[in-house]
Design a protein. Sequence first.
Length: 429
Amino acid sequence: MSYKIYICKYLVIIIVFVCFQNSFSQDEVNPNCYAVHSVGKLVLKSNTTTSFGGIAAREGKDCLSNEQVFRYGAEYPKNSRIASLHQGSIWIGGIINKDTLVTISSQVPIIWKRYRTTLEPNSPYFDDAVSEQDYVSVSVDNISNSIYIPPDYKPFNIQVTKKSYAWSYDYADDFVLFDFEIRNIGTQTIKKAYIGLHLSFAVGYYNGSNVVENDDLAGLYSSSSSFSDCNNFSDELLFSWGADNDGDPIDGEYTDILGIVDGQSIKSATSLSGAFFLDYLNEKFQESLKTSYNWYAYNFNKTFDFGPQSKQNFREFENRNIGRPVSHGDYYHFLSNSEIDYDQIYTASISPFDSVWLYPDQKYSTDISTGQFFKSNVLSVGPFDIPPGGILKIPFAYVAGENFHTDPTNGDNLPDFPEVYYNNLDFSD
């Protein structure tokens, strides 16, 4: 199998994160604009404290340039108009007394948002700057009468701080680093807390008015390797990734030149992007840390959903399906079940006699394996206990790479030959 990944590149991410952890001072930017990391090749909205990416309002403006922002959550490469992300968000789950609680992005309104840069030494934005584009936002989850928080929402009583950093250097222009911090401002310990990175991808050319076709695939790339050219660096990587299902070839080949397909202007989208937690977690929590990777697919009106479930951890959710979580208990199960789901392309390959996995609904399994339907992917870690006044730091990176698709005919291998399909993917950039 030709899985390849350039671990040295991710070592740069880890080194940069460890070397540059500073606090922000009190200069603020307009909280209603879009905080966009645009200095590098990866253009990514940083946005609210518990989210990144996201679909922008058509009149949405960049906080710095005041120009209209790219509509989708991320663009890669910059100025290509290739969307690479719909929405990313951070899920927080935990137990207070006997209550199981989960906070998702829409339930944590932003208090303030700030900007720093190392590019302007004479500017007030230079003080304490870490990167060429720093953003910081802070939220609390116990604001009463907020339009963001449902009336029946029960808060953790936490303050959440998210710092994000981007650079334009060749070795660092295709990732954004995040330093995510949870402070318990309540009076009770949050027990068995789990943190999830939720990613929903949208990959394809955006011409300014079209809807990027929903034909993406996602999975979890796992690698444990040592590299002598990285000073004997050794690491294990769990990378939650997403990409177009076939790279959108035009007339049998990949091209950066616009073409017309079914009356729409289009060009190839051969890149991938995704996120992973940084090594700080493995080093600090060692044997107690558990990782889960779960995904689910659903249709537009949510009359159908499906997600892999092992026979050992089976849970029927409150909507009586087995894919999309609904209740706090459902979301917490997603975050804490220690299950690593098979990648989406394998859905049609699961047999009714599989010893581990429930048999997928055959009405939808082929479509899921080829990239149809909306999909949500959650990579999570835990458990952590956060006492009153305690702080939990969760560093992660969002990265992108080019030329993931190299064979314009590779999509023909789905759904029947998923291993052949994977052999033709390139994770090396």
